[in-house]
Design a protein around this ligand. Structure first.
Ligand code: SF4
Length: 316
């Protein structure tokens, strides 16, 4: 008897999935400017979608920072969200922070914890910057495998330092949030349960406190994509993301309410499109030229990795 031929349908694209669910991906009101200060980082994390690391030279100049500050002055962003690489390694970070702090009600810095020192912790405190720190797991071994040897110990020391200047301490008014992501080709655990566990364990073992824990799926781009390919996990992971598509998550996607500006001033709809080089769908190429916020209803380009943002309860 001849082998049965099983015809495999090509996987549905993200755009097709949206159509099937009767959902469009368009802008809502844009309230956040995310600022990517460059690819230089003290770590080379396995999951980094930007492939940031110690060998990367791209860093935002003061001239581009001035363009960012000018944009924050002329446009009503409610939040400026500074990321990298490691923003702490950018020589003019203080210049950028002092420039934007008076212009937006909320300024966020995404920190890898290990590039932080006491001077910066006090600067953040002075400017009431919200800190969002990478802290993938409660397990030292998993953290080292994902982020590098010694990172666990340094991260705990950094959390203690931040607590000592008031971050994550009730009543001090400076917010410290943690971000956890899985170490492999699987989806994150439910956020509420993880937050409870992280809070209890960090308090019991190290006397450390924080405000919120966010659990995100890894996006199949950059170094994480290369690892998925090398380990033979790519297809299975993509299937998992697509199978978990949640149409309700589309309303809260970060691309609907934020713009991303790269270290050289180029504009994108989000940090993932920035990593993949898919330019801002609103038609303006550089932050210098941005005279008004994109109108609600402006279409947002999509890609297959958008499934990572809509799996389960979503990315944001
Ligand atoms: S990757 Fe996520 S945030 Fe970016 S456009 Fe796609 S759905 Fe939106």
């Amino acid at each position: 008897m001849p082998d049965k031929i099983v015809k495999q349908d090509p996987p549905e694209t993200f755009a097709q999935t949206l159509v099937r669910h009767g959902v469009e991906l368009t802008r809502d009101r844009t309230v956040t400017l995310q600022v990517n200060t460059g690819r230089l980082c003290s770590l080379s994390c396995r999951h980094c979608h930007l492939e940031a690391g110690p060998g990367r030279g791209e860093t935002m100049t003061r001239e581009t920072m001035d363009s960012v500050i000018d944009a924050a002055r002329r446009l009503p962003f409610a939040s400026i969200d500074i990321t990298g690489g490691a923003p702490e390694l950018v020589p003019d970070l203080e210049y950028l922070l002092r420039g934007v702090a008076p212009l937006a009600p909320r300024v966020v810095v995404r920190t890898n914890l290990v590039s932080l020192d006491e001077r910066l912790a006090r600067l953040y405190r002075e400017l009431r910057v919200v800190l969002v720190a990478s802290f993938p797991a409660l397990n030292a071994g998993q953290t080292s495998a994902q982020r590098g040897e010694g990172v666990w110990e340094k991260s705990i020391e950094a959390l203690k330092l931040l607590n000592s200047v008031g971050y994550g301490v009730p009543g001090e008014g400076v917010e410290l949030d943690l971000v956890s992501n899985p170490s492999g080709a699987f989806l994150p655990a439910a956020q509420a349960g993880s937050e409870k566990r992280f809070r209890a364990e960090l308090s019991r073992r190290y006397g450390v406190s924080f405000d919120n824990l966010f659990c995100f799926a890894n996006v199949p781009l950059g170094r994480f994509l290369a690892w998925l390919e090398k380990s033979g996990n790519l297809e299975g992971y993509r299937e998992k993301l697509a199978a978990g598509f949640n149409p309700c998550a589309v309303a809260g996607l970060m691309c609907r309410s934020q713009l991303s500006v790269d270290w050289d001033g180029a504009l994108y709809d989000c940090d993932f499109h920035l990593a993949a080089g898919i330019p801002f769908g609103g038609g303006v190429a550089n932050i210098r030229e941005l005279q008004e916020l994109p109108a609600p209803g402006t279409p947002i380009p999509t890609a297959q990795y958008c499934f990572a943002c809509t799996v389960g309860s979503g990315f944001t």
